[in-house]
Ligand binder design. Structure first.
Ligand code: ZN
Ligand code: ZN
Length: 93
């Protein structure tokens, strides 16, 4: 990973969990994990660092999270791409 990628991911992590933000939860004191949209397809090695979504442990790997039954996406009526768009929008606002 390049220095620019590490710096980018640090900025993404500082946004806090995308799902918690959209649900109106204040998770500002929780360091989020970084989710890459194509992880599940075994693309993690090749997935770009710039396709990064910050998620708390629950919304990332929890029972209803992105790697769980994805209930949180149905609750938010959005897709991973929408979360990616939220991330990029926040970084540029
Ligand atoms: Zn969350
Ligand atoms: Zn993930």
């Amino acid at each position: 990973m390049t220095r620019a990628e590490s710096a980018y991911l640090a900025r993404v992590a500082r946004l806090g969990c995308a799902c918690c933000n959209l649900l109106g939860f204040d998770m500002s004191d929780v360091q989020p994990e970084i989710h890459h949209p194509r992880e599940d397809q075994g693309m993690a090695q090749r997935a770009s660092s710039y396709l990064a979504i910050p998620l708390c442990a629950e919304h990332h790997r929890g029972a209803h999270g992105i790697h769980g039954d994805r209930q949180v996406l149905r609750q938010l009526k959005c897709s991973e791409i929408d979360l990616l768009a939220w991330t990029i929008g926040r970084l540029n606002s």
